[in-house]
Design a protein around this ligand. Structure first.
Ligand code: ZN
Ligand code: ZN
Length: 381
């Protein structure tokens, strides 16, 4: 699995950093995590870089199965509708599911008063329900886009989700977050975070896998085809000579779940991801000299991101979402390193970087270079 980090600025972009937007890629599909202004241009650029490196299929847009928003601030959402319209112009037919967090109060309003419920007076303008309604009216429904599109709003804390079904004319309630249809051995989960609007982190995980069937051992034991089949399907068996064979003894060790968590915007806090965290991609809007600002605006410092990484037992930490005041992201890395020592793999992201977890669970970061990417092993061992 891989994460393409396509924007590493906070709300204000710089000449080298764009606003937020990432693409998670695995064999079961792609998930867009946030899509700030200009997202589709960054996506197109990353695709053409991949084509030059002979990896043309990796980000093919018809492989996108879901969009997961972390919160409603425009530096995370304002590129979404144009991107959806480009997918339509490209002739997309595949279904797409869009996920975004909202508050329990908004869900209560919708539950009680139905799809046209008004939002409470104190609701921030960046509330995702406001944006969803705006996008529906601007052509964001299946009827206009020509491909099936499911819009979901949910409360990451309670796991209650509502869907805007039938061209956003009807509400459909879910007791837990529906997974993308294409996901079988992967899953995605929203994790509550703390920001000035409803917000969540997203965890994309490959589930725990059974160990491989040990063919050599089966050969040494002189097993026939049928016996191998039974054992590899997990059935214990008794041979004609009376030997009892246990399926578990012919299987290698279980491969643990691996995952990438993308924090979105959040104050320093402890998060509780449902699966072990292999890589935490965390915002580091500020440095220590602005920690009061971080607290005031519910953002993190680089060292706060490091403390969160320790707290959730992440194996690796990638810093992103830098304030325009940070001239050199290496300053953020060194402040995080003061907290972490050598206990975690650590790097700062630039636009276009890729974080990869291979099938053996080894983590590398591919730093974008003038031509392609340069691979760095992130492992701290
Ligand atoms: Zn932001
Ligand atoms: Zn924000």
């Amino acid at each position: 699995m891989e994460l393409h980090i396509l924007g590493t600025a906070s709300a204000r972009p710089t000449s080298t950093r764009s606003v937020s937007g990432s693409v998670f890629s695995c064999q079961e599909g792609l998930v867009i995590i946030d899509a700030g202004e200009g997202f589709q241009m960054r996506y197109a650029k990353q695709r053409s870089r991949l084509k030059r490196e002979n990896e043309p299929a990796l980000l093919r847009p018809n492989r996108i199965v879901a969009v997961a928003l972390t919160h409603g601030h425009l530096d995370h959402t304002w590129g979404l509708l144009p991107f959806l319209q480009t997918l339509f112009l490209n002739g997309r037919k595949q279904p797409l599911t869009i996920y975004g967090p909202t508050s329990p109060e908004i869900l209560d309003k919708l539950y009680t008063n139905g799809i046209h419920a008004s939002v409470p007076a104190a609701t921030p303008s960046a509330e995702l329900l406001n944006q969803y309604r705006y996008w529906f009216s601007l052509g964001g429904t299946a009827g206009h886009l020509g491909y099936p599109i499911r819009w979901l709003l949910g409360d990451p804390q309670s796991g209650r989700w509502v869907e805007f079904a039938d061209n956003a004319t009807r509400l459909l309630w879910h007791d837990s977050m529906p997974q993308p249809d294409a996901f079988k051995s992967f899953r995605m989960d929203s994790i509550p975070t703390s920001h000035s609007v409803p917000s969540c982190a997203w965890q994309l995980s490959r589930k725990e896998r059974k160990g491989a069937f040990d063919r050599d051992k089966a050969t040494l034991a002189g097993l026939n085809q049928e016996e191998r089949k039974q054992l590899s399907e997990g059935n214990d068996l008794k041979r004609e000579n009376g030997d009892e064979l246990q399926a578990a003894q012919f299987r290698g060790p279980t491969k643990p779940a691996v995952s990438i968590v993308v924090s979105g915007d959040t104050a320093e806090q402890s998060i509780q991801p449902p699966s072990p965290v292999t890589v935490l991609v965390h915002e580091a809007t500020f440095l220590n000299d602005a920690s009061d600002k971080a607290a005031e605006h519910l953002h993190s410092t680089a060292s706060g991101a490091a403390r969160t990484a320790l707290e959730c037992n992440a194996e690796h930490l990638i810093l992103t979402h830098f304030s325009a005041r940070i001239r050199d992201a290496e300053e953020a890395t060194s402040e995080a390193k003061e907290v972490l020592g050598d206990s975690l793999g650590l790097a700062s992201a630039n636009d276009g970087d890729r974080v990869r977890i291979d099938n053996e669970g080894v983590v590398t970061i591919l730093k974008r270079a003038d031509n392609g990417w340069v691979q760095h092993n992130l492992s701290h061992h």
